[in-house]
Design a protein around this ligand. Structure first.
Ligand code: FEO
Ligand code: CA
Ligand code: CA
Length: 657
C-alpha cells in the first residue's frame, strides 16, 4: 500500500519545513551576526560600500520589464529575459531552444525495457535512467579532448517522490526496491548531430547505472576503521550504494565527484541513546526516517547496524571512462551533507575542492590535496583525493575568512574531545568544525570557483530558523526565506591560503519589499530578482549562472517557478540578474553544466508537480500519480511527470547568451 505522502515529505520539502532538525550544537557566532558587524551602522551612515552591499540605504527601484529588456550597461549577457511566472511547462529565452534529452525511465543500459509507469519494477529501473536528476557533468569523448558534440553526461539521481512515481496499490516491497534502483547516478553517452540537436547514444558501452545497491570502495583516512565495519563488511572498506546524490563536480583528470547529501532520511529503527555512535547520529539527524527501507533492509536500521550511517555522507569519485571501474568514497573530504564538490587546480598544482554542508547553520568546507595534479599521469591523479587537508571556514566581521584545518591533534581535535585519529575527525567533520569555531551559515549549497577570475561563489539558499536574537538592526535577515550569494577572494589566486576575503554579491528576495533588505544591481527589474540560490555554473567566458530551489515556499519567496539566472559579477552591472530558463510548476532547477564551447547548457529538472502545488491556483491541491499538477514533459494521459535533463542551445548555433 502506498502511504500518504504526508508520512514522508520529500527531502527537498523537509529542508524548509518547520520541523527540520537543526543539528548544529556549536556556540559559534552565525553569519548574520558577522555580516551585521561587518557592515556596521557607521558604514551605512557613511554611505560606504557595506551599506550599498546590503541594500540598506534605499530599496533598489524597480525598472519595468520593458526597460529591463534593454541590456543594462555593463551586463555581459544578451538574451531577452523571461518573466516571473508559473505554469505547467518549461520556458527558455527567445532565440534558444530547450529539448528534452533524457527522462526518468528512458532506456539506458543495452536491453533495457520500455518505460511503463503502471508496472513499477526494480529490474527495469536498474537499466533505465533514474529519478530526480540533479548534478550533471559533461566529460568529452575522447578523454582529454574538448569535444563539445560528443561526450559522457554524468547525472546524479538524488531521491524519489513516491506520491507521483507509483500508481496506487504498488506493493511496499516493489516500491522500496524500485526506489533503491532509481537512486544513484547515470552515465549517458550523448552526441550532437548535424541538426544541432543532442541525442542519447543507444546501447553505449559507457552507459552505466549506480544505485543504492552498487558496490563501492571506501578509501582515505576512515577506510577500514572499526567505526565503518559492519557484519556485511567486516573490512570497513566496501559499501553498497550511494544515496541522496545532490550536486557534484568534474575533476581535471576526467572523473566525476558525486556528493552524498541528506543521507539521514534513509536510516530508521530504534536509536540506542547509550550507543557510542548516538551523538554522531544525532549530529547528522539520524534516524531521519524519510524512507522505510530499514524495515526490509537491516543495514538501514541503526538499531541493528549502527555503523552503517558512517558509510554514507561522503564524496564519491567515479571514472566514467572506465565502465568497469568501482566508484570510490573518498573519506579525506569529510562526512557531512555535501551539496557538491566543485574544484579548481591551484596555482601550485594542488587541487582544491569546495563543499557546502546543506543544512541550516552548517558550514563551508575546503579540501586541499597534498599532492599536485599531473596532466600526464592520470593514474597518479586518481589517488589525489585520498590525502590532503580538510578545513572549515570562519567568517570575520572585517571581511576576512579563516580556513581552520580539521586535522587530528590540531587544537581541540584530540582524544580529550573524542577524536582518536583523523578517521574520527572526518567521520564527525561537523563536530570537528564546531570546535574549530567555523561559522554557521544559511544552508550552504553549491560553491563555484571561477577559473577565469579566481573568485569563488557560495550559494547560501535560505534559513527560516534564523531568529532576531541572531541578527541585529543592521542585518535584519531573521527568518531568511531568500538566501544570498557570497563571493570569496583567494589572495593572489591562492586557493590554499589560510585567509581569504569575502563579500556579498547579492542578497536575494524582492527589492521592492523593504522587509527583505534585498541587494541587487541598480538595473534590477521587476523580473530580475530571484530567491533561494542553489546550484551554479561558470560558463567558458567566466560568467556566473545560478539555479534556484525555493521548495514548497515558492509562492511566498517569489511567486515564480524556479529557473536559471545569469548574474553579472563585475563592473557597473554587478549584482544584476536575468532569468534565462524556467521550470514547470512544482519542479526544482538543478545541474547546470556547459559544454567546453559554451554552445550547450545542460540543466536538470527535478520533481515537476510536487513542490507547493496547493498554492498553484489552477490546480490547488497536492499532486498524486493519478492526479499530478502537470504531466511534464510528455503531457500524455496517464503518464506521470518525469524528471528530465534538458539541453539548451541557441537557434541557428552559437554560444549561450
Ligand atoms: Fe540536494 Fe541542497 O539540495
Ligand atoms: Ca541542491
Ligand atoms: Ca536546495
Amino acid at each position: 500500500m502506498k502511504r500518504p505522502s504526508s508520512c514522508r515529505p520529500s527531502p527537498a520539502q523537509r529542508e524548509l519545513q518547520e520541523d527540520t532538525p537543526i543539528s548544529t550544537h556549536s556556540r559559534n557566532p552565525d553569519f548574520a551576526q558577522i555580516t551585521a558587524e561587518r557592515y556596521s551602522r557607521r558604514d551605512i551612515l557613511r554611505g560606504g560600500a557595506g551599506a550599498i552591499a546590503l541594500g540598506m540605504l534605499a530599496t533598489t527601484s524597480l525598472k519595468p520589464l520593458d526597460a529591463q529588456a534593454a541590456t543594462p550597461k555593463g551586463f555581459s549577457f544578451d538574451f531577452p529575459p523571461l518573466k516571473h511566472g508559473v505554469d505547467a511547462t518549461h520556458h527558455v529565452a527567445d532565440g534558444y531552444r530547450a529539448d528534452i534529452l533524457i527522462r526518468w525511465g528512458d532506456k539506458l543500459l543495452p536491453g533495457a525495457p520500455d518505460f511503463d509507469p503502471n508496472t513499477p519494477s526494480a529490474a527495469a529501473q536498474a537499466m533505465q535512467f533514474g529519478y530526480n536528476n540533479d548534478f550533471t557533468g559533461y566529460l568529452p569523448l575522447p578523454l582529454g579532448s574538448n569535444n563539445s558534440s560528443h561526450g559522457l553526461l554524468c547525472v546524479n539521481h538524488e531521491y524519489t517522490n513516491e506520491e507521483v512515481m507509483f500508481p496506487k496499490g504498488t506493493p511496499d516491497d516493489t516500491r522500496t526496491e524500485t526506489e533503491m534502483a532509481a537512486h544513484g547516478h547515470s552515465v549517458v553517452e550523448v552526441e550532437r548531430g548535424d541538426s544541432g540537436l543532442w541525442r542519447v547514444v543507444p546501447d553505449s558501452t559507457y552507459a552505466r547505472r549506480l544505485s543504492a545497491n552498487t558496490t563501492m570502495r571506501i578509501s582515505g583516512p576512515a577506510a577500514g576503521h572499526p567505526r565503518l565495519k559492519t557484519a556485511d563488511d567486516p573490512t570497513g572498506t566496501y559499501v553498497l550504494g550511494t544515496l541522496n546524490n545532490c550536486a557534484g563536480g568534474v575533476t581535471p583528470w576526467g572523473t566525476v565527484l558525486i556528493a552524498e547529501e541528506n543521507i539521514n532520511y534513509y536510516f530508521g529503527g530504534a536509536p540506542d541513546t547509550a550507543h557510542p555512535e548516538a551523538t554522531n547520529h544525532d549530529r547528522m539527524g539520524i534516524p531521519g526516517k524519510g524512507y522505510d527501507w530499514y524495515k526490509t533492509h537491516k543495514r538501514f536500521d541503526i538499531g541493528l547496524t549502527p555503523n552503517e550511517p558512517n558509510r554514507f555522507g561522503w564524496v564519491v569519485e567515479l571514472d566514467p571512462y572506465a565502465p568497469d571501474s568501482m566508484p570510490v568514497k573518498r573519506t579525506a573530504l569529510g562526512r557531512f551533507k555535501h551539496e557538491g564538490a566543485d574544484n579548481i587546480v591551484n596555482k601550485d598544482g594542488r587541487v582544491v575542492v569546495y563543499c557546502g554542508d546543506d543544512q541550516q547553520f552548517e558550514y563551508l568546507y575546503r579540501f586541499v590535496t597534498a599532492g599536485t595534479y599531473n596532466p600526464d599521469d592520470r593514474k597518479a591523479n586518481m589517488q589525489l583525493l585520498d590525502s590532503g587537508t580538510l578545513s572549515a571556514a570562519q567568517f570575520h566581521a572585517d571581511g576576512t575568512l579563516t580556513w581552520h584545518p580539521l586535522v587530528w591533534g590540531h587544537g581541540p581535535l584530540t582524544a580529550e574531545n573524542g577524536f582518536k585519529s583523523q578517521a574520527d575527525v572526518v567521520i564527525e567533520a561537523r563536530r570537528a568544525a564546531d570546535l574549530m569555531l567555523a561559522t554557521p551559515l544559511d544552508r550552504p549549497e553549491d560553491v563555484g570557483p571561477n577559473p577565469k577570475t579566481g573568485k569563488v561563489y557560495v550559494m547560501l539558499t535560505n534559513n527560516s530558523k534564523r531568529t532576531d536574537v541572531q541578527t541585529d538592526a543592521v542585518n535584519s535577515r531573521a527568518a531568511n526565506l531568500w538566501g544570498q550569494i557570497v563571493e570569496l577572494t583567494a589572495p593572489d589566486g591562492d586557493h590554499a591560503a589560510n585567509t581569504f576575503r569575502w563579500d556579498i554579491l547579492v542578497r536575494c528576495g524582492n527589492p521592492a519589499d523593504p522587509a527583505t533588505h534585498a541587494q541587487w544591481g541598480a538595473d534590477t527589474g521587476a523580473n530580475g530578482w530571484f530567491a533561494c540560490p542553489d546550484n551554479c555554473a561558470i560558463d567558458p567566458e567566466g560568467r556566473l549562472w545560478v539555479c534556484t530551489d525555493q521548495g514548497d515556499h515558492w509562492h511566498k519567496t517569489s511567486g515564480s517557478a524556479d529557473g536559471v539566472w545569469a548574474v553579472e559579477t563585475a563592473g557597473a552591472a554587478r549584482g544584476t540578474a536575468r532569468m534565462f530558463f524556467r521550470v514547470p510548476v512544482g519542479a526544482e532547477m538543478c545541474g547546470p553544466t556547459f559544454t567546453p564551447d559554451g554552445e550547450t547548457l545542460f540543466v536538470a529538472v527535478q520533481h515537476a508537480a510536487t513542490d507547493g502545488t496547493t498554492d498553484y491556483a489552477p490546480f490547488g491541491r497536492a499532486s498524486t500519480f493519478a492526479d499530478p499538477a502537470t504531466r511534464w514533459p510528455d503531457f500524455r494521459p496517464g503518464m506521470p511527470p518525469r524528471p528530465s535533463v534538458v539541453a539548451i542551445t541557441r537557434k541557428g548555433g552559437g554560444k549561450i547568451a
